[in-house]
Design a binder for this molecule. Structure first.
Ligand code: ZN
Length: 333
């Protein structure tokens, strides 16, 4: 009997960079799996429409990359929602991902506090968020139960929160890198465009004991207690070290393809890439949905929404405005 030829073809990494994609990869020799997210027009469209102050836009861009990274990894139909609620100048971030590749996002923030943070040069992601929590929700429709994962925000960045979540809740050794920047293009009268990118690396060995890692923080152990000493697996130590060399610029460089990026990192152990999936910026609001929402309000609430003989509702995600005559939604002028 002939042995079927199941050899995986090898080829050089593609030089063509494709924006608005997620590319999964695998480094079998080190039991590593990961994904590269690269966003151009998608993140630019989301952030441009909102016209938030630059540090808020950058933070929301990071949340979009993280959401796309995690949401696209779930083999589900439905939605994956990442939401922060915290006491910093940025009170809330919401990113809503609908499988297989639709994303929308918005932020709520205190203008004066953001301006003050910019003036003091303290407008980095961790300081803007402050303390609170980050929730990740999977919603597979009205007749299914929602799954929610929660992680504390404690003045750290979204990368820190992601590490904490995977360490505590999933117990999967994980490294995440996120980058967002405004790119100035020559020849467009100084117009700038947002770009964003990220990489996630996870250690998934067959035997779970190999995945044990040292605690991120000693927690509430008394002062002077030595942190829990665990010898981490060499494959994970190597993978983590390689991914920590990734520069922000490499994650957003429009000339560097996702394939070349992972090849740069893992050409020695060898890396296998999978088909990339496409991401697009698209809101799920509609006139029908808004109308149904208005009709669900109390008569009194509806009546109070009438201004200049009409009710107008603006979508917080995409800024689309829907205008209704009061009688259309049963309100009195
Ligand atoms: Zn909308």
């Amino acid at each position: 009997m002939n042995t079927p030829n199941i050899e995986i073809p090898t080829r050089a990494p593609s030089a063509t960079a494709t924006d608005d994609t997620v590319m999964p990869f695998e480094v079998a020799k080190l039991d590593l799996r990961g994904r590269v997210v690269r966003l151009g027009p998608v993140v630019d469209e989301i952030l441009e429409k909102h016209a938030y102050p630059a540090p808020v836009a950058k933070l929301l861009g990071e949340a979009v990359v993280l959401t796309v990274m995690l949401g696209s990894a779930l083999k589900i139909e439905g939605r994956f929602i990442l939401q922060t609620q915290s006491d910093g100048p940025v009170r809330m971030l919401v990113v809503d991902f609908t499988a297989p590749g639709k994303v929308r996002a918005c932020a709520r923030f205190d203008k004066a506090r953001v301006a003050a943070a910019v003036a003091d040069d303290t407008a980095d992601g961790g300081a803007l968020l402050g303390k609170g929590h980050l929730a990740m929700t999977i919603d597979q429709g009205p007749d299914t139960s929602r799954y929610q994962g929660l992680v504390a925000l404690d003045g750290g960045t979204l990368e820190d929160a992601a590490h904490e979540y995977f360490h505590r809740s999933e117990q999967i050794p994980t490294r995440v890198r996120l980058a967002v920047a405004e790119e100035l293009r020559a020849g467009e009268g100084g117009a700038s465009h947002w770009r964003a990118g990220g990489i996630m690396l996870q250690f998934l060995p067959k035997s779970p004991e190999r995945a044990r890692v040292a605690d991120l923080h000693p927690g509430d152990a008394p002062e002077g207690t030595a942190p829990h000493a665990i010898k981490e697996d060499e494959a994970w130590v190597e993978g983590r070290a390689l991914v920590s060399t990734v520069e922000d610029l490499e994650l957003i460089d429009p000339a560097l393809s996702s394939e070349r990026l992972v090849y740069r990192l893992f050409h020695e152990p060898g890396v296998r890439v999978f088909r990339a999936s496409e991401i697009r910026a698209e809101c799920s609001c509609s006139r029908d949905n808004v109308e149904a929402m208005l009709k669900s309000f109390s008569q009194d609430d509806r009546d109070h929404m009438v201004e200049n003989d009409k009710i107008s509702v603006t979508c917080e995600f995409c800024s689309a405005t829907y205008v209704f005559a009061p009688r259309e939604v049963g309100a009195k002028v």
